[in-house]
Design a protein around this ligand. Structure first.
Ligand SMILES: [Zn+2]
Length: 459
């Protein structure tokens, strides 16, 4: 990705789980780290200074880019006591608004919005996004001339915003157990899992892009179609993601239709395993937790969305203890702040259990970096600052009004428990300086780009 070699000098860097001062990081022309030299107080000639704590680039393991167009709008009028006996505001009332926006997307308007959203992500220190993508076809279900026009728009948007993407192309075939897609969902459906696989097979990975698979949920993919999707992921050695038990209504409907929980249904059809990431996993039985943990299925928690949608608090600590690696996602983009997602996972657990200290800052940072990349199908050459790794770096200021004061050796604790996206000072992807001193170098005027793209969708 990088065209010229570049040398960075990090005031502090996170190396092998420690805060290390004065670190020279040399990036080769292939965008990989060629040398890491701690204890180098003199800046090499021509080097770029990264002041603050430089950590491996943050991975956002679960995104629906177009949900960014709902920010603020879905909060107006939200009420637990609506007038005239209507249902309280919930995930399901939120989904109605979300479907209206999905109905207006075109390949061009989605590109404009996603480019701006991914630029916002870069400014929040995110160097890789997992896009759980299901708006495939034209309104009403008609095919675009290029049946992957929407997915290609997302891949191009990430490239323009300077971040990596794993396009988790999502199979979505039914409205519920035994129900045809509704009018909104016709855009999402390929008809069959075989047709989904044929379309997805035309998408290509490159240095910036991975193509993965997703099962929207057990309500959206009939049970006899599950093996086709998981088989495709297996054959391609691609990651496989699935929304799991975000809502109790989904659990109840699954038990009614099949006599099993969604987790058990997935397990019985070969969907679980180390290649798979379950997203949310909020409402689980003890047996579900064992099935996920013992199969080493990953779990992506999205705490800011789960609290925004009043979903509940998932059993992240129990899942981790059972054997599930954890990753983090901003999902609906109520906010885009992976540092907030990381601390929210710990703080939610504290509220739930009334005990502290479920994860260290180092463990939360690992979920936000190495384990997030692994969930998105990037190899062991991501999520760490070492020779041979991809040069994806995020620098968090330790001298802002939020982060000044603690000793630098506690930089990880400060970053995870006090910093926000506003403290991200630099983002480097494949050696390229994408965000410099808080300013995006590739997308000008990101707030205006967001406002314009969102206004176009709301008419
Ligand atoms: Zn989601």
């Amino acid at each position: 990705m990088s065209l010229t070699a570049q040398t960075y000098w990090a005031e502090y860097a996170w190396l092998d789980g420690q805060v290390v001062p004065d670190v020279v990081i040399v990036v080769a022309t292939d965008g990989r780290i060629k040398a890491v030299r701690p204890g180098s107080p003199l800046h090499p000639a021509g080097s770029v200074t990264l002041r603050g704590l430089t950590v491996p680039g943050l991975a956002n393991a679960h995104s629906h880019a177009f949900h960014r167009a709902l920010r603020g709008i879905v909060q107006a009028g939200a009420s637990a006591r609506p007038p005239d006996g209507a249902a309280p505001d919930s995930f399901w009332t939120w989904r109605k608004v979300m479907y209206e926006v999905a109905g207006r997307l075109t390949p061009d308007s989605y590109f404009d919005l996603a480019r701006a959203v991914y630029a916002e992500m870069a400014m929040a220190g995110i160097t890789c996004v997992g896009e759980f993508h299901y708006v495939h076809h034209a309104p009403g279900g008609g095919r675009y001339a290029d049946p992957n026009a929407m997915g290609e728009a997302l891949i191009a948007a990430a490239a323009e915003a300077g971040i990596r993407i794993t396009l988790l192309d999502t199979c979505y075939l039914s409205s519920g157990f035994g129900k045809e897609p509704d009018q909104h969902q016709l855009r999402f459906s390929d008809g069959t899992a075989d047709a989904w696989a044929e379309r997805v097979s035309a998408l290509k990975s490159d240095g910036n892009t991975r193509v993965g698979a997703a099962i929207h949920s057990v309500r959206a993919v009939p049970v006899d179609q599950l093996a086709t999707v998981s088989g495709w992921a297996e054959g391609q050695a691609a990651p496989l993601h699935v929304h799991l038990s975000e809502q109790t209504a989904e659990n109840d409907a699954c038990v009614e239709a099949h006599g099993f929980t969604p987790t058990r249904l997935l397990a019985d059809h070969g969907v679980l395993g180390p290649r798979t990431t379950a997203v949310h996993a909020t409402h689980l039985t003890p047996g579900d937790i064992r099935l996920l943990g013992h199969s080493a299925t990953g779990v992506c928690m999205c705490p800011t969305t789960e609290r925004d949608l009043a979903d509940g608090i998932g059993p992240a600590a129990q899942l981790s203890q059972a054997g599930s690696p954890l990753s983090l996602g901003s999902d609906s983009h109520a906010v885009i702040d992976i540092l907030e997602e990381a601390r929210a996972m710990e703080l939610d657990e504290r509220l739930h259990t009334r005990t502290r200290g479920h994860w260290t800052a180092a463990q939360l940072l690992r979920a936000a970096t190495a384990d997030g990349h692994a969930a998105l199908g990037w190899g062991a050459d991501t999520g760490r600052i070492e020779v041979g790794a991809l040069a994806d770096l995020t620098t968090i200021a330790l001298d802002s009004v939020r982060t000044a004061g603690p000793p630098a050796r506690l930089g990880a604790e400060t970053a995870i428990f006090a910093a926000t996206n506003a403290d991200v000072r630099h983002t480097v992807v494949g050696g390229r300086h994408v965000v410099r001193d808080g300013a995006h170098q590739l997308v000008p005027r990101v707030p205006e780009a967001l406002a314009g793209a969102i206004a176009a969708l709301h008419g």
